[in-house]
Design a protein around this ligand. Structure first.
Ligand code: 3HC
Ligand code: NAI
Length: 703
């Protein structure tokens, strides 16, 4: 039928089999093969047609790599029409994940059967898209508009059992021989004279939809989607499903899909989809390197980070020993873990039983004798190099040979920590983000001597506990925190230059950041940065530098925890409010420092805050700290809530144009001084060559 689609007659059932690894994406050869097979089956002895896939999954969607390229025939709607118009029933046999265009193929079939472990879904929204092959028109015809809205704007897969209850799957198959069971189901349908059921023939009664349903959905989603347009267009498609005949609804869906597929948002989100998968790969490591088994883990320190990290492992069934300095500290750590789980239970997202099972996996100790048998230790004690070195010396003595010894340090030198042991090859950084049980990023820090199989194992474990991993070499702050320096600095400098805190944060939140840098400092505690600055000897001697943050701390305004910082906070609701006192203080300080204040545009605020990130990112790349520019994007999306619709700082720089970024940085250098604004040589080189960071990545190849 095509190089990746075969067709055979098994008794009275025609079986179409797709084999396009790894996920049977709907590349041109797949579309062509299915179309040919359906046409062939019209004229043979088959009485029904089963559409199934080989390998690990049913079709997991359109081939995302084809977006943005010239379309090739046959296009997907043509294939779906052929299926729907088949004179014999077509039955989708689902295993693995039927996603996006893959599930839309299944929806065009007359019947859908699935094994119990299968999942179906329309995740297009996560790529800044909408289902473009009838999903928005067919799903509401089965589930009703409300459930369709939740499913399509949420983008999360639905397990087969639930899909069966919703009517999206007609039959649950026992066992896991999907093709054999589907053939039997097809025979039963033939025998019972089952009709050619087409979802397009179902009509939606408009009176079942409240008159303000679509308007209020739009408003709600606009708040949640932070500047992304896909959600809004999905609502429009569902509105079309209710108000227009099927074919006109399809046309509307097509039109809006085309708009989205060429939008910068979707390009950014597709970039992140592939960047996330690339980031997990280490360039100089063979993919099939043997990993060390990780069956038991120890966490040192059950504070803010240690407790959250322990939960990550318990959540996937891996037993954890928590080692603390005292029984009281253990007690405190355990009660925070219980409190965090309780919140999930109260939200209805976990049963009490499940919570108890997970908590039972976490045991506590104050003795190194109890961690001799663990496969992985993650140290999360206070951020103090001498303490960490002392602890790694003890770990060296206590842990079995081959155990991986990881540190969660934010800033300390992983090589110095490794040197405190006799086995630096087993030492690695595993830098989680707070709250560790929620934040998706894990920076894996490769020490000078870290063994290859340690890195490969940690990458695999990271994925297992649901993290997105990115590799960093050792430097102060690794990828993410190192880049952050200039961002926080400029946010405060902008105040002296004439902005209010609300203006600075407003510009960045308007861009899509979940929280502006000043509000974020208030949340983290202004005293944290203050103390960190006091310990540094490398900062320029400039009274303007962090002036406002320093003054506020000295006034006792430490941020949210003291009720005021850059803002004041309502004691009940914690709502942030502008504080005229702070605004007057900024003016006064600017006067004392003889800084001339002026209006600053939002565009200028974005450049002042983001260009230091990008510039430092370029330095990190040329020093080989990060493997790829796209890894840096992954770090910022998953660790710092950079808006995914902008694709991360390096992708954003590419979209602005590296020449524009470079020129602006030079302008800032001339205005504010070289100590803060020295353009990275790599940025200069790429800007002058008219290249992008993406091209730089491509030239260096993938792993
Ligand atoms: N197109 C092209 N490549 C794809 C792909 C797709 N739809 N889905 C996955 N891949 C690639 C990945 O990039 C990866 O490549 P690599 O090995 O070179 O890094 C490989 O397949 C394996 O993917 P994962 O590492 O993600 O494998 P998992 O087993 O962890 O997950 C999955 C499998 C759940 C299917 C996951 O890959 C996934 O969610 N894929 C995307 C599904 C999706 O978004 N579909 C909708 C596409 S848009 C669409 O269909 C439009 C339509 O409405 C017209
Ligand atoms: P924390 O102060 O909340 O917890 C530290 C815990 O370590 C305390 O419970 C303390 O009793 C325990 N501890 C101290 N000495 C110990 C010892 N000798 N043996 C066993 N336990 C000991 O600190 P937090 O915030 O959890 O930070 C821990 C580490 O994680 C630090 O290195 C920090 O830089 C890093 N980190 C912190 C992040 C954050 O946002 N808080 C984010 C990422 C990393």
């Amino acid at each position: 039928m095509s190089e990746v689609v075969s067709y055979e007659l098994r008794e009275n059932i025609g079986v179409i089999s797709v084999n396009n690894p790894p996920v049977n994406a709907l590349a041109q050869v797949v579309r062509e093969g299915i179309l040919n097979a359906v046409n062939t089956a019209q004229d043979d002895a088959s009485e029904a047609i089963v559409l199934a896939c080989e390998g690990r999954t049913f079709i997991a969607g359109a081939d995302i790599t084809e977006f943005g390229k010239p379309p090739k025939d046959p296009w997907l709607p043509e294939v779906l029409t052929a299926i729907e118009n088949s004179s014999k029933p077509v039955i989708a046999a689902i295993h693995g994940t039927a996603l996006g265009g893959g599930f839309e193929v299944a929806l065009a079939c007359h019947y859908r059967c699935a094994v119990a472990t299968a999942k179906v879904g329309l995740p297009e929204v996560k790529l800044g898209l909408l289902p473009g092959a009838g999903g928005t028109q067919r799903v509401p015809r089965i589930t009703g508009v409300k459930a369709a809205l939740d499913m399509i704007t949420g983008g999360n897969p639905v397990p087969a059992g639930k899909a069966n209850e919703m009517g999206l799957v007609d039959e649950l198959l026992a066992g896991d021989d999907v093709v054999g069971s589907a053939i039997q189901y097809a025979k039963n349908l033939v025998e019972s004279g089952a009709p050619l059921k087409c979802i397009r023939d179902i009509s939606i009664d408009p009176s079942t939809v409240e008159s303000d349903f679509f308007d209020s959905a739009r408003k709600q989603l606009a708040r949640r989607a932070r500047g992304q347009i896909a959600q809004d267009r999905i609502v429009s498609c569902l509105e079309a499903a209710v108000k227009l005949p099927f074919d006109e609804g399809l046309e509307r869906e097509r039109e809006l899909f085309k708009e989205l597929v060429s939008s910068p948002e979707s390009a950014s989100m597709r970039h992140i989809f592939f960047a996330e998968r690339q980031a997990a790969k280490i360039k100089d490591l063979p993919r099939d390197i043997a990993k060390r088994p990780i069956e038991k883990v120890a966490i040192l320190g059950g504070g803010t980070m240690g407790g959250g990290i322990a939960m990550c492992f318990a959540n996937v069934g891996i037993p954890v020993v928590l080692l603390e300095i005292s029984d009281e500290a253990l007690e405190r750590g355990n009660s925070i873990i219980r409190k965090n789980y309780n919140i999930t239970v109260q939200k209805g997202k976990m049963t009490e039983d499940k919570m108890e099972q997970r908590i039972a996996l976490i045991s506590g100790t104050t003795s190194y004798d109890d961690i001799g048998d663990v496969d992985l230790v993650i140290e999360a004690v206070f951020e103090n190099l001498d303490l960490k070195k002392e602890i790694f010396g003890k770990l060296d003595a206590a842990c079995k040979p081959g155990a991986i010894l990881a540190t969660n340090t934010s800033y300390q030198d992983v090589d110095a920590i490794a040197a405190a042991t006799s086995r630096p090859e087993d030492v690695v950084g595993m830098h989680f983000f707070s709250p560790a049980n929620v934040m998706k990023l894990l920076e894996v820090v490769r020490g000078e001597k870290t063994a290859d199989d340690v890195l490969a194992t940690v990458m695999q474990v990271g994925k297992k506990i649901g993290k997105v991993c990115a590799l960093s070499r050792v430097c102060y702050g690794f990828i993410g925190n190192r880049m952050l320096g200039g961002y926080g600095r400029e946010a405060q400098m902008l105040l002296l230059d004439g902005c209010t805190p609300a203006q600075v944060d407003g510009a960045l939140e308007g861009f899509g950041m979940a929280m502006g840098p000043l509000a974020m400092s208030d949340l983290a505690g202004l005293d944290v940065g203050y103390k960190a600055r006091q310990a540094r000897t490398d900062l320029p001697d400039d009274p303007k530098l962090y002036r406002m943050g320093t003054l506020l701390v000295e006034m006792g305004r430490h941020g949210q925890k003291t009720g005021s910082g850059f803002y004041k906070y309502d004691p009940e609701t914690r709502k942030r409010m502008s504080d005229p006192e702070v605004e007057a203080l900024i003016k006064e300080e600017a006067g004392k420092l003889e800084v001339e204040q002026s209006e600053v545009s939002n565009e200028e605020i974005l450049a002042r805050c983001f260009y230091p990130l990008i510039n430092e990112g370029a330095k990190i790349l040329e020093e080989g700290i990060a493997q790829r520019a796209s890894d840096i994007d992954v770090v910022y999306i998953y660790g710092y809530a950079f808006p995914v619709a902008k694709g991360g700082p390096m992708h954003y720089a590419d979209s602005v144009g590296l020449k524009n970024v470079y020129d602006k940085i030079c302008e800032f250098r001339d205005r504010y001084g070289e100590q803060y604004w020295s353009p990275a040589p790599l940025l200069k080189e790429l800007a002058e060559a008219g290249k992008t960071f993406a091209e730089w990545d491509r030239e260096r190849g993938t792993a």
